[in-house]
Design a protein around this ligand. Sequence first.
Ligand code: ATP
Ligand code: MG
Length: 556
Amino acid sequence: MSEDRSLNFIEEIIEEDIRNGKNGGRVHTRFPPEPNGYLHIGHAKSICLNFGLAQRYNGQTNLRFDDTNPEKEETEYVESIKEDVKWLGFNWANELYASDYFEQIYQFAVTLIKKGKAYVDDSTPEEIAEQKGTPTEPGRPSPFRERSIEENLRLFEEMRAGNYQDGEKVLRAKIDLASPNMHMRDPIMYRIRHAHHHRTGDAWCIYPMYDFAHGQSDSIEEITHSVCTLEFIPHRALYDWFIEQLEIFPSRQYEFARLNMTYTLMSKRRLLQLVNEGFVSGWDDPRMPTISALRRRGFTPASIREFCDRIGIAKRENIIDVSLLEFCVREDLNKTAWRRQAVLDPVKLVITNYPEDQVEFFDGENNPEEENGGGTRAVPFSRELWIEHEDFMENPTKKYFRLGPGLMVRLKHAYIVKCESFEKDEQGNITEIHCSYLPESKSGSDQTQIKVKGTIHWVSVPHAEKAEIRLYDRLFNVEDPAGDDSDFREHINPQSLQVIPEAYIEPDLKNAEAHKSYQFIRKGYFTLDKDSAPGKLVFNRTVTLKDTWAKEVKKQ
Ligand code: ATP
Ligand code: MG
């Protein structure tokens, strides 16, 4: 986290609390995912915020699984969430589960019943909704609202014992049916669900609602600052009411604006739909906005943390341009990625005056951004090279500084060549380019005084390795795929994945390591995909080199 920025509003609150000696100056936050899907970039914002606050104020952060919804939750998700948080670079103080508090939360409910603050209601969900009234009209009491404490205690115990079917009864808080805040109109605390839970198995058939589990869990863990997204503002009164009535540790809730990003869906429910309906290959399909997909695609933890830091913490909804995320990863990879040559759309170039059996090895810097170029690797050069189709034009336009009949170009790390002739097939495709080279023009010891404007990359034909390369574009072709009434599936970009089955890469890339980034010169940043196997290299393009965002920022 950069230290030069001003405090965000939550940090201001915390500093005020510390000055006032609140909670003895202690700061304890939590990150509370529901294990019903994989984490996405929006969760990364919450993770960076919660763990970042604790780091800044010498506090602690709990990782708490908010697992109170038995039907949708799975252990697979728990494992992936832990992996993602660790990968982002954070360590939790305690790994906790709301389900571990089921007994305690049940006892809290009993306490409220005994205080006359909760009752068992036999009304159907439709009746309850109807009784609730509207924001402008007060609600009506349920016919079961005035049950005696004894009867409520007995019925609630029977609910727990499994005497009733799903939906037959609920436990409700007895608050205020005329409250302008609909959440205070006798909200449901417990519902019956005869469902298997991923941790508690069949021990329970009643489960607490979010509002009667979240704040209580915060309080049990003595969380000082419970931060959540703006949708929970209307829940805050209820959060405080339960804590007051129960006279338990006074955790406090603060709300910040969730991350919304252009061209990106940010809801686990919808992402699950993309997976289940086969629009993507899985939660970690590199086009997904999940942390696991970003990792697979080659994003670094540092780039995601930097992104979260740059977007900051606001009190109002906004929408972030996805190109800021791309900018952050580009900046980070520029500093660390090793440069390599790869030709994605190959055409053969023959150097007619280069001896047939000759091979030279040039020193290619691993990374000019690093000290001493980050070391070098040997790049083999021979008479026949692969170059990109787009680096040759039969009828070059005026500002085309690459190859064309009679034009000169420098081959990266090697020599200046001049195009003498070319061959075409019957369809008019260029099949071979013939050049001559200037032996005195060798990079580093150029004697020619010739200035050429273009430098192109290449791979020696007899030394080339083959690789499959996957290029990604945005998964959606509209900025706000969930924004209008149409189905987000209609906005899927059919060109979001382009597979190049056989590209040519320099031989050193045979040793490419997983989770390491490579800049394919002029083509972008790439990383090995998990589909790679011995003898089969598969690379993902993380991001292109073009820096559209920086240009946008300069314009402003
Ligand atoms: P989704 O709607 O994608 O399922 P969620 O809020 O239901 O998200 P949780 O697992 O409940 O997912 O979220 C864990 C934490 O992450 C919560 O504190 C939540 O506020 C936060 N969070 C979720 N989405 C975002 C987002 N887009 N931006 C910032 N924080 C988020
Ligand atoms: Mg949720």
